[in-house]
Design a protein around this ligand. Structure first.
Ligand code: SF4
Ligand code: SF4
Length: 366
Protein backbone atom coordinates (compact mmCIF):
# COMPACT_ATOMS: atom_id res chain seq x y z
CA UNK A 1 0.00 0.00 0.00
CA UNK A 2 1.18 3.52 -0.78
CA UNK A 3 1.04 6.25 1.89
CA UNK A 4 -0.86 8.54 -0.47
CA UNK A 5 -2.45 8.16 -3.87
CA UNK A 6 -2.21 10.68 -6.66
CA UNK A 7 -5.29 10.44 -8.87
CA UNK A 8 -6.91 11.95 -11.94
CA UNK A 9 -10.58 12.52 -12.76
CA UNK A 10 -11.71 12.91 -16.37
CA UNK A 11 -15.17 14.31 -17.08
CA UNK A 12 -16.38 12.46 -20.17
CA UNK A 13 -19.23 14.95 -20.67
CA UNK A 14 -16.65 17.51 -21.74
CA UNK A 15 -14.13 15.58 -23.86
CA UNK A 16 -14.24 16.80 -27.47
CA UNK A 17 -11.82 14.20 -28.83
CA UNK A 18 -9.34 16.80 -30.01
CA UNK A 19 -6.29 14.62 -29.12
CA UNK A 20 -4.33 17.58 -27.73
CA UNK A 21 -3.59 15.44 -24.67
CA UNK A 22 -2.33 12.64 -26.92
CA UNK A 23 0.05 14.97 -28.71
CA UNK A 24 1.19 16.60 -25.44
CA UNK A 25 2.13 13.18 -24.09
CA UNK A 26 3.68 11.93 -27.30
CA UNK A 27 5.94 14.91 -27.79
CA UNK A 28 6.98 14.79 -24.13
CA UNK A 29 7.69 11.06 -23.83
CA UNK A 30 7.08 8.69 -26.74
CA UNK A 31 8.18 10.11 -30.08
CA UNK A 32 11.58 8.41 -30.00
CA UNK A 33 13.73 5.43 -29.02
CA UNK A 34 11.39 2.55 -29.87
CA UNK A 35 8.40 4.24 -28.24
CA UNK A 36 7.13 5.56 -31.54
CA UNK A 37 4.16 3.20 -31.75
CA UNK A 38 3.17 3.73 -28.10
CA UNK A 39 0.46 6.07 -26.92
CA UNK A 40 0.73 6.35 -23.16
CA UNK A 41 -2.30 8.65 -23.53
CA UNK A 42 -4.82 7.84 -26.24
CA UNK A 43 -8.38 9.00 -26.82
CA UNK A 44 -10.68 6.42 -28.32
CA UNK A 45 -14.20 6.54 -29.64
CA UNK A 46 -16.69 4.38 -27.77
CA UNK A 47 -18.15 2.06 -28.96
CA UNK A 48 -15.17 1.01 -31.03
CA UNK A 49 -12.28 -1.44 -31.02
CA UNK A 50 -10.05 0.97 -29.12
CA UNK A 51 -6.30 0.96 -28.82
CA UNK A 52 -4.80 -1.54 -28.87
CA UNK A 53 -7.51 -3.24 -30.88
CA UNK A 54 -10.11 -4.99 -28.71
CA UNK A 55 -8.19 -4.31 -25.49
CA UNK A 56 -11.31 -4.98 -23.44
CA UNK A 57 -11.31 -8.58 -24.57
CA UNK A 58 -7.61 -9.20 -24.16
CA UNK A 59 -7.52 -10.68 -20.64
CA UNK A 60 -5.36 -9.91 -17.62
CA UNK A 61 -6.49 -8.46 -14.30
CA UNK A 62 -7.92 -10.53 -11.47
CA UNK A 63 -10.94 -12.77 -11.02
CA UNK A 64 -13.32 -12.52 -8.03
CA UNK A 65 -11.01 -14.79 -6.00
CA UNK A 66 -8.10 -12.43 -6.63
CA UNK A 67 -6.23 -14.72 -9.00
CA UNK A 68 -4.34 -13.15 -11.88
CA UNK A 69 -5.97 -13.98 -15.20
CA UNK A 70 -4.14 -15.00 -18.37
CA UNK A 71 -3.94 -12.24 -20.95
CA UNK A 72 -2.91 -11.57 -24.51
CA UNK A 73 0.11 -9.57 -25.66
CA UNK A 74 -1.15 -7.37 -28.52
CA UNK A 75 0.59 -7.57 -31.88
CA UNK A 76 2.35 -4.39 -33.01
CA UNK A 77 1.14 -4.64 -36.62
CA UNK A 78 -2.41 -5.87 -36.21
CA UNK A 79 -3.40 -4.47 -32.80
CA UNK A 80 -1.41 -1.25 -32.28
CA UNK A 81 -0.54 -0.33 -35.88
CA UNK A 82 2.95 0.40 -37.16
CA UNK A 83 3.59 4.17 -37.31
CA UNK A 84 3.96 5.31 -40.88
CA UNK A 85 5.75 8.25 -42.49
CA UNK A 86 4.52 10.46 -45.31
CA UNK A 87 6.25 11.36 -48.59
CA UNK A 88 6.66 15.03 -47.69
CA UNK A 89 9.75 15.48 -49.94
CA UNK A 90 7.95 14.03 -52.96
CA UNK A 91 5.14 16.56 -52.61
CA UNK A 92 7.48 19.22 -54.03
CA UNK A 93 7.43 17.17 -57.27
CA UNK A 94 3.65 17.32 -57.42
CA UNK A 95 2.92 13.93 -55.85
CA UNK A 96 -0.03 13.69 -53.48
CA UNK A 97 0.48 13.07 -49.78
CA UNK A 98 0.55 9.31 -49.11
CA UNK A 99 1.86 7.05 -46.36
CA UNK A 100 5.07 5.19 -47.15
CA UNK A 101 3.46 1.89 -46.31
CA UNK A 102 -0.12 0.69 -46.50
CA UNK A 103 -1.71 1.39 -43.09
CA UNK A 104 -3.84 -1.47 -41.80
CA UNK A 105 -4.56 -0.35 -38.23
CA UNK A 106 -3.59 2.46 -35.91
CA UNK A 107 -4.65 4.37 -32.84
CA UNK A 108 -7.96 6.12 -33.38
CA UNK A 109 -8.55 4.04 -36.53
CA UNK A 110 -12.30 3.99 -35.88
CA UNK A 111 -12.61 7.61 -34.73
CA UNK A 112 -16.20 8.89 -34.59
CA UNK A 113 -17.62 5.57 -35.80
CA UNK A 114 -20.66 5.22 -33.57
CA UNK A 115 -23.38 2.63 -33.11
CA UNK A 116 -27.16 2.62 -33.47
CA UNK A 117 -29.51 4.13 -36.01
CA UNK A 118 -30.18 7.80 -36.76
CA UNK A 119 -31.99 9.76 -35.39
CA UNK A 120 -32.81 8.15 -32.05
CA UNK A 121 -30.31 5.48 -31.19
CA UNK A 122 -27.06 6.60 -32.78
CA UNK A 123 -24.34 7.62 -30.38
CA UNK A 124 -20.65 7.71 -29.59
CA UNK A 125 -18.45 9.39 -27.02
CA UNK A 126 -14.76 9.70 -26.30
CA UNK A 127 -12.71 7.96 -23.64
CA UNK A 128 -9.19 9.25 -23.01
CA UNK A 129 -7.08 6.49 -21.48
CA UNK A 130 -3.79 6.43 -19.61
CA UNK A 131 -2.32 3.89 -17.19
CA UNK A 132 -4.62 3.76 -14.19
CA UNK A 133 -1.82 3.61 -11.61
CA UNK A 134 -3.88 0.88 -10.03
CA UNK A 135 -3.92 0.09 -6.32
CA UNK A 136 -3.64 -3.59 -7.22
CA UNK A 137 -1.76 -3.50 -10.55
CA UNK A 138 -2.03 -6.55 -12.79
CA UNK A 139 1.25 -5.58 -14.46
CA UNK A 140 3.10 -5.60 -11.14
CA UNK A 141 1.64 -8.95 -10.04
CA UNK A 142 2.56 -10.55 -13.34
CA UNK A 143 6.22 -9.47 -13.33
CA UNK A 144 8.57 -12.32 -12.30
CA UNK A 145 11.50 -9.88 -11.92
CA UNK A 146 9.92 -7.49 -9.39
CA UNK A 147 10.72 -4.79 -11.90
CA UNK A 148 7.44 -2.91 -11.46
CA UNK A 149 6.85 -0.91 -8.32
CA UNK A 150 4.28 1.43 -6.86
CA UNK A 151 5.81 4.51 -5.27
CA UNK A 152 5.12 4.67 -1.58
CA UNK A 153 4.91 8.48 -1.67
CA UNK A 154 2.16 8.84 -4.26
CA UNK A 155 1.14 5.46 -5.67
CA UNK A 156 2.55 6.14 -9.14
CA UNK A 157 3.31 2.81 -10.86
CA UNK A 158 6.71 2.69 -12.57
CA UNK A 159 8.99 0.20 -14.29
CA UNK A 160 12.52 -0.17 -12.96
CA UNK A 161 14.29 -0.31 -16.28
CA UNK A 162 17.45 -1.74 -14.79
CA UNK A 163 15.55 -4.78 -13.52
CA UNK A 164 13.21 -5.25 -16.51
CA UNK A 165 14.34 -7.99 -18.89
CA UNK A 166 11.53 -7.51 -21.41
CA UNK A 167 9.64 -10.76 -20.62
CA UNK A 168 6.32 -8.96 -21.24
CA UNK A 169 4.27 -10.82 -18.62
CA UNK A 170 3.20 -7.35 -17.44
CA UNK A 171 1.56 -6.62 -20.79
CA UNK A 172 -0.49 -9.80 -20.58
CA UNK A 173 -1.35 -9.02 -16.92
CA UNK A 174 -2.63 -5.49 -17.52
CA UNK A 175 -6.31 -5.68 -18.51
CA UNK A 176 -6.20 -2.11 -19.86
CA UNK A 177 -3.16 -2.85 -22.05
CA UNK A 178 -1.47 0.31 -20.88
CA UNK A 179 2.06 -1.03 -20.62
CA UNK A 180 4.09 -1.49 -23.80
CA UNK A 181 7.13 -3.38 -25.05
CA UNK A 182 9.95 -1.25 -26.40
CA UNK A 183 11.51 -3.40 -29.14
CA UNK A 184 14.62 -1.22 -29.37
CA UNK A 185 15.47 -1.51 -25.69
CA UNK A 186 13.80 -4.85 -24.97
CA UNK A 187 12.12 -3.27 -21.93
CA UNK A 188 8.54 -2.56 -20.91
CA UNK A 189 7.51 1.07 -20.60
CA UNK A 190 4.41 2.96 -19.55
CA UNK A 191 2.84 6.25 -18.47
CA UNK A 192 4.77 7.70 -15.52
CA UNK A 193 2.01 10.20 -14.63
CA UNK A 194 4.59 12.87 -15.50
CA UNK A 195 6.05 12.45 -11.99
CA UNK A 196 9.02 14.74 -12.66
CA UNK A 197 6.50 17.53 -13.45
CA UNK A 198 4.18 16.63 -10.57
CA UNK A 199 7.04 16.83 -8.07
CA UNK A 200 7.57 20.40 -9.20
CA UNK A 201 3.91 21.29 -8.74
CA UNK A 202 2.99 20.98 -12.41
CA UNK A 203 0.12 18.80 -13.63
CA UNK A 204 0.84 15.99 -16.12
CA UNK A 205 1.27 17.28 -19.69
CA UNK A 206 -2.03 15.69 -20.84
CA UNK A 207 -3.91 17.58 -18.13
CA UNK A 208 -2.12 20.89 -18.50
CA UNK A 209 -2.87 20.94 -22.23
CA UNK A 210 -6.45 19.61 -22.11
CA UNK A 211 -8.58 21.88 -24.25
CA UNK A 212 -11.90 20.67 -22.85
CA UNK A 213 -10.77 21.13 -19.21
CA UNK A 214 -11.88 17.64 -18.41
CA UNK A 215 -8.94 16.57 -16.21
CA UNK A 216 -8.59 17.12 -12.47
CA UNK A 217 -5.42 16.04 -10.68
CA UNK A 218 -4.78 15.76 -6.95
CA UNK A 219 -4.27 13.48 -3.97
CA UNK A 220 -7.23 11.36 -2.94
CA UNK A 221 -6.66 12.10 0.76
CA UNK A 222 -6.48 15.88 0.26
CA UNK A 223 -9.93 17.03 1.32
CA UNK A 224 -9.45 20.37 -0.44
CA UNK A 225 -8.74 18.76 -3.81
CA UNK A 226 -11.44 18.55 -6.42
CA UNK A 227 -10.39 14.97 -7.08
CA UNK A 228 -11.27 14.08 -3.48
CA UNK A 229 -14.61 15.86 -3.74
CA UNK A 230 -15.59 14.20 -7.01
CA UNK A 231 -14.43 10.70 -6.04
CA UNK A 232 -15.07 10.48 -2.29
CA UNK A 233 -17.71 13.09 -1.48
CA UNK A 234 -20.03 13.32 -4.45
CA UNK A 235 -19.03 9.87 -5.77
CA UNK A 236 -19.63 11.00 -9.34
CA UNK A 237 -16.16 9.95 -10.55
CA UNK A 238 -15.72 6.19 -10.88
CA UNK A 239 -13.12 3.73 -12.15
CA UNK A 240 -13.17 2.10 -15.56
CA UNK A 241 -13.99 -1.61 -15.68
CA UNK A 242 -13.98 -2.26 -11.92
CA UNK A 243 -14.62 -5.93 -12.76
CA UNK A 244 -10.96 -6.24 -13.79
CA UNK A 245 -10.07 -6.19 -10.10
CA UNK A 246 -7.09 -3.81 -10.24
CA UNK A 247 -8.74 -0.83 -8.47
CA UNK A 248 -7.83 1.96 -10.91
CA UNK A 249 -6.90 5.45 -9.70
CA UNK A 250 -7.90 7.25 -12.87
CA UNK A 251 -11.59 8.07 -12.47
CA UNK A 252 -14.28 9.12 -14.93
CA UNK A 253 -17.41 11.21 -14.66
CA UNK A 254 -19.69 9.13 -16.93
CA UNK A 255 -21.27 10.81 -19.98
CA UNK A 256 -24.81 11.42 -18.74
CA UNK A 257 -25.46 14.51 -20.89
CA UNK A 258 -25.67 12.87 -24.30
CA UNK A 259 -27.91 14.16 -27.12
CA UNK A 260 -31.62 13.59 -26.52
CA UNK A 261 -33.83 11.22 -28.46
CA UNK A 262 -36.69 12.72 -30.47
CA UNK A 263 -40.44 12.03 -30.28
CA UNK A 264 -42.68 11.37 -33.31
CA UNK A 265 -43.02 15.11 -33.90
CA UNK A 266 -39.28 15.62 -33.98
CA UNK A 267 -39.18 17.33 -30.57
CA UNK A 268 -36.36 16.36 -28.15
CA UNK A 269 -37.45 14.08 -25.30
CA UNK A 270 -36.27 15.83 -22.12
CA UNK A 271 -33.74 13.85 -20.04
CA UNK A 272 -33.61 11.02 -22.59
CA UNK A 273 -30.16 9.76 -23.51
CA UNK A 274 -29.00 8.01 -26.62
CA UNK A 275 -26.15 6.25 -24.82
CA UNK A 276 -27.56 2.94 -23.57
CA UNK A 277 -27.30 2.53 -19.80
CA UNK A 278 -26.16 -1.06 -20.39
CA UNK A 279 -22.96 0.19 -22.07
CA UNK A 280 -22.13 2.54 -19.21
CA UNK A 281 -22.96 -0.15 -16.64
CA UNK A 282 -20.47 -2.40 -18.40
CA UNK A 283 -17.77 0.27 -18.35
CA UNK A 284 -18.23 1.61 -14.82
CA UNK A 285 -20.20 -0.99 -12.84
CA UNK A 286 -23.99 -0.94 -12.50
CA UNK A 287 -24.36 0.45 -8.97
CA UNK A 288 -21.59 3.05 -9.16
CA UNK A 289 -22.77 4.31 -12.55
CA UNK A 290 -26.41 4.75 -11.49
CA UNK A 291 -25.42 6.47 -8.25
CA UNK A 292 -23.18 8.90 -10.18
CA UNK A 293 -25.86 9.55 -12.79
CA UNK A 294 -28.53 10.22 -10.16
CA UNK A 295 -26.32 12.70 -8.30
CA UNK A 296 -25.21 14.54 -11.44
CA UNK A 297 -28.77 14.91 -12.79
CA UNK A 298 -30.10 16.03 -9.39
CA UNK A 299 -27.37 18.67 -9.02
CA UNK A 300 -27.93 19.81 -12.61
CA UNK A 301 -31.62 20.28 -11.88
CA UNK A 302 -30.84 22.11 -8.63
CA UNK A 303 -28.48 24.44 -10.45
CA UNK A 304 -31.14 25.20 -13.06
CA UNK A 305 -33.81 25.89 -10.44
CA UNK A 306 -31.77 27.73 -7.80
CA UNK A 307 -28.62 28.83 -9.59
CA UNK A 308 -26.60 27.00 -6.91
CA UNK A 309 -24.63 23.76 -7.08
CA UNK A 310 -21.08 23.25 -5.86
CA UNK A 311 -20.82 20.08 -7.96
CA UNK A 312 -21.80 21.86 -11.18
CA UNK A 313 -19.32 24.65 -10.39
CA UNK A 314 -16.59 22.06 -9.89
CA UNK A 315 -17.38 20.30 -13.16
CA UNK A 316 -17.58 23.52 -15.16
CA UNK A 317 -14.05 24.39 -13.95
CA UNK A 318 -14.14 28.16 -14.37
CA UNK A 319 -10.43 28.46 -13.59
CA UNK A 320 -8.15 25.87 -15.14
CA UNK A 321 -5.63 26.08 -12.28
CA UNK A 322 -8.34 25.12 -9.77
CA UNK A 323 -8.48 21.67 -11.36
CA UNK A 324 -5.02 20.81 -10.07
CA UNK A 325 -3.97 20.55 -6.46
CA UNK A 326 -0.46 19.27 -6.28
CA UNK A 327 1.82 19.43 -3.31
CA UNK A 328 5.40 20.45 -4.04
CA UNK A 329 6.09 20.88 -0.32
CA UNK A 330 5.09 17.30 0.31
CA UNK A 331 7.64 15.97 -2.18
CA UNK A 332 10.18 18.44 -0.86
CA UNK A 333 9.68 17.16 2.71
CA UNK A 334 9.85 13.51 1.66
CA UNK A 335 13.10 14.15 -0.18
CA UNK A 336 14.49 16.03 2.80
CA UNK A 337 13.53 13.28 5.23
CA UNK A 338 15.39 10.82 3.04
CA UNK A 339 18.45 13.03 3.04
CA UNK A 340 18.07 13.86 -0.65
CA UNK A 341 18.36 17.20 -2.34
CA UNK A 342 15.08 19.09 -2.20
CA UNK A 343 12.87 18.61 -5.24
CA UNK A 344 14.99 15.74 -6.55
CA UNK A 345 12.75 12.93 -7.80
CA UNK A 346 11.74 10.87 -4.79
CA UNK A 347 12.62 7.67 -6.58
CA UNK A 348 15.21 8.24 -9.25
CA UNK A 349 15.47 4.73 -10.62
CA UNK A 350 13.32 5.79 -13.54
CA UNK A 351 14.22 9.42 -14.14
CA UNK A 352 17.91 8.76 -13.87
CA UNK A 353 17.58 5.54 -15.85
CA UNK A 354 19.66 5.12 -18.94
CA UNK A 355 16.66 5.48 -21.19
CA UNK A 356 14.59 8.42 -20.07
CA UNK A 357 15.57 12.02 -20.26
CA UNK A 358 13.40 14.56 -18.50
CA UNK A 359 13.10 18.08 -19.78
CA UNK A 360 10.62 20.78 -18.85
CA UNK A 361 9.86 24.06 -20.53
CA UNK A 362 7.65 25.27 -17.73
CA UNK A 363 8.44 27.07 -14.54
CA UNK A 364 6.55 26.43 -11.31
CA UNK A 365 3.56 28.76 -11.15
CA UNK A 366 3.27 29.25 -14.91
S1 SF4 B 1 -3.41 0.20 -15.86
FE1 SF4 B 1 -2.21 -1.60 -16.37
S2 SF4 B 1 -0.10 -0.83 -16.55
FE2 SF4 B 1 -1.28 0.68 -15.38
S3 SF4 B 1 -0.97 0.12 -13.20
FE3 SF4 B 1 -2.92 -0.81 -13.89
S4 SF4 B 1 -2.30 -2.87 -14.51
FE4 SF4 B 1 -0.40 -1.66 -14.45
S1 SF4 C 1 -7.24 17.35 -24.72
FE1 SF4 C 1 -8.96 17.08 -23.28
S2 SF4 C 1 -10.79 17.48 -24.58
FE2 SF4 C 1 -9.09 17.10 -26.01
S3 SF4 C 1 -9.19 14.86 -26.39
FE3 SF4 C 1 -7.75 15.15 -24.67
S4 SF4 C 1 -9.03 14.84 -22.83
FE4 SF4 C 1 -10.46 15.24 -24.55
Amino acid sequence: MSKRQLAMVMDLNKCIGCQTCTVACKTQWTNRNGRDYMYWNNVETYPGHGYPKNWQESGGGFDAAGDLQPGKIPNIESDYGVPWEYNYDEMADGKILTPHQEPTWGPNWDEDVGAGNFPNDNYFFYIPRICNHCTNPGCLSACPRDAIFKREQDGVVLVDLDRCQGYRYCIAGCPYKKIYFNPKLSKSEKCILCFPRVERGLPPACSQQCVGRIRFVGFLDDKESQVHKLVNEYKVAIGLRPDYGTTPNIYYVPPVFSPNKFDENGAPIVESSRIPDAELEKLFGKEAYHQAKKTILAEHKKRKETGESELMDLLIAFQHQDMFRLDTNYYHDVAKAEGKKALAPVDNRYSKGKFTKFTTHYKVGH
